[in-house]
Design a protein around this ligand. Structure first.
Ligand SMILES: CC(=O)SCCNC(=O)CCNC(=O)[C@H](O)C(C)(C)COP(=O)(O)OP(=O)(O)OC[C@H]1O[C@@H](n2cnc3c(N)ncnc32)[C@H](O)[C@@H]1OP(=O)(O)O
Ligand SMILES: O=C([O-])CC(=O)C(=O)O
Length: 382
């Protein structure tokens, strides 16, 4: 039995994958050989999902067919809508509503009899999940606002359509493009905690709905996707405090409080996605309110240079700048993590498909530290 314990599985190699790779020292992220910067600049979210699922960028015809096959699956059942309405009325968190919705999608899965080994069927189910997540999430938001859900817009892509369904207004080109880029940047990231969760579930040959529901659950935590909401909460806290934002951060740091959006298991330098989102945040700030952009850049500079976090390899991760981007797009704060899930679903599905092609049950070991040789005492004698 191996006896070297790797807490948090740090540095443990558990699979081979052709999907994405990270250079944590150089700050590079690559999806199937393409630098994230090129994809963010030139592709759409749907193109990137096609790339992840099929291994190659689509031709124009392939993309058109792929988008059509997603768009025709956008509707969610009345049961899902009713549930979103009830959860909104009960003041449930959108991430919990999304977890419930994804789990419910399987009730209307037309291929629920397909064998788990039928990866073509899994791919089609993956398309249905990808198509329905924005609809369910937007409906939840509409119900929270006391409004009726908005039907999907047949002419809008996944990113723009989500903003449209949430607000009942077609987004500007700048907003739609920025949001599409954010989705691209969040689509995949090696064996992060939520992807690994989906893979573990997939490795039991459970269905893709279970794997994605598990991914949503794992992403929700503040150490993972939940940090994007926390960043904005911290910015509000700073704004409301009497302290200047540098002083606030200094004090928080001295109190041992972790700054959300900083630090990463793999990156020792600034996350390349944070760099792109920072640029987008700056552009949006130039159009409107530059307060949040200024806070984030000053805090980054202060923590990295003056507090020396940079030297320790603790730098902004993707969550640090996504919050101020989404805020400037007018998206409610508790929607940030569900939006991350909306994008990452593409990556979860890709990893499950890839792993199940040559599946082996994931089942690591733990070292037993409990007592030995206990003598059982019957209940009535205890
Ligand atoms: C999409 C994503 O999931 S990106 C990550 C989103 N999460 C966050 O932004 C939450 C804040 N960050 C963190 O909590 C961590 O950096 C994690 C969870 C992301 C990574 O955790 P790990 O790889 O396990 O690192 P670990 O928790 O061991 O920290 C290593 C060192 O960096 C320090 N550190 C890590 N993150 C931070 C932070 N945000 N602020 C200050 N110090 C930090 C730790 O205190 C520790 O210092 P020490 O060695 O002196 O004790
Ligand atoms: O890779 C990680 O551990 C976390 C992360 O940045 C992501 O999932 O995008």
């Amino acid at each position: 039995m191996a006896d070297d314990l790797k807490k948090g599985l740090e540095g443990v190699l558990v699979a081979e994958s052709g999907l994405s790779t990270i250079d944590g020292d150089e700050g590079r992220l690559i999806y199937r050989g393409y630098p994230i910067e090129d994809l963010a600049r030139g592709a759409s979210y749907e193109e990137v999902v096609y790339l992840l699922w099929h291994g190659e960028l689509p031709t124009a015809d392939e993309l058109e067919a792929f988008i059509a096959s997603i768009n025709e699956e956008r509707e969610v059942s009345e049961d899902v809508l009713d549930t979103m309405e009830r959860l909104a009325a009960a003041d449930e968190q959108p991430m919990a509503a999304l977890r419930t919705a994804v789990s419910m999608f399987s009730a209307t899965e037309p291929e629920d009899e397909a064998e788990p080994e039928d990866l073509e069927a899994t791919l089609r189910k993956g398309r249905r999940i990808t198509a329905k997540i924005p609809t369910a999430l937007a409906a939840f938001e509409r119900y929270r606002l006391g409004e009726e859900p908005v039907d999907p817009h047949p002419d809008l892509g996944l990113a723009a359509n989500f903003l449209y369904m949430m607000t009942d207004e077609e987004p500007s080109d700048v907003h739609a493009e920025t949001f599409d880029q954010a989705l691209i940047l969040h689509a995949d990231h090696g064996l992060n905690a939520s992807t690994f969760t989906s893979m573990v579930i997939g490795s039991t040959m459970a269905d893709i709905y279970s794997a994605v529901t598990g991914g949503v659950s794992a992403l929700s935590g503040p150490l993972h996707g939940g940090a994007n909401q926390d960043v904005m909460e911290v910015l509000f806290e700073i704004d409301e405090s009497d302290l200047d934002h540098r002083e606030w951060v200094k004090q928080a740091n001295e109190e041992g409080r972790r700054i959300p959006g900083f630090g990463h298991r793999v990156y020792n330098v600034k996350d390349p996605r944070a760099k792109i989102l920072q640029e987008r945040s700056k552009e949006l700030a130039e159009e409107g309110d530059d307060k949040w952009y200024n806070y984030t850049t000053t805090i980054e500079q202060y923590l990295t240079e003056e507090q020396g976090l940079g030297e320790k390899g603790i730098a902004p991760n993707v969550d640090f700048y996504s919050g101020s981007v989404y805020y400037q797009l007018g998206i409610p704060i508790d929607m940030y993590t569900p939006i991350f899930a909306m994008s990452r679903a593409g990556g979860w599905i890709a990893h499950v498909l890839e792993y199940q092609e040559d599946n082996r049950l994931i089942r690591p070991l733990s070292r037993y530290t409990g007592p030995e040789d206990q003598e059982f005492v019957p209940l009535e004698e205890r």
